[in-house]
Design a binder for this molecule. Sequence first.
Ligand code: HEC
Length: 132
Amino acid sequence: MRILVLFSLALTACAQDKAKVELGRYLVEEAAACGFCHTPKSADGAFDKSKWLKGTTLDIQPIGAPPKDWHKASPDLTPSGKLWMKWGEASMLKYLQTGLTPSGKFAGPPMPVYKFKPEHAEAILAYLKTLK
Ligand code: HEC
């Protein structure tokens, strides 16, 4: 009996994790379209799926002079990237909820300032952690 209870608890936890990752995937890929700026494109203009969210040189720029803090490149958002190594999970979670980096600043344009609610920030983190 005890084993059955433990087994069903484990199954429920597993299903919850899966739902969290799926919510994160939806927020990143569909709602906020992070890949639009953080994924390189191949020669035919399609996203290079082998480098999904690995950071890239942007192919967008404002018409006229860009603001002086305009960034031409975006960082790797995958857990093996430099940013995660530098920031760690807690800073990443805080950034997604406040838009503030560990040094207390906003990222430069065109990176939007996102203020995700805690469960959405956690879901995004869970999804990013599934990436290589
Ligand atoms: C319109 C383009 C664009 C979109 C959309 C976008 N980013 Fe960015 N992002 C950038 C650029 C450019 C930078 C580099 C800015 C900088 O270094 O100040 C950046 C930087 C970051 C950083 C590091 C911030 C820093 O100051 O070092 C994180 C984390 C990040 N983005 C996460 C995300 C996530 C998560 C999403 C989707 C929810 C997203 N970005 C959507 C363009 C974008």
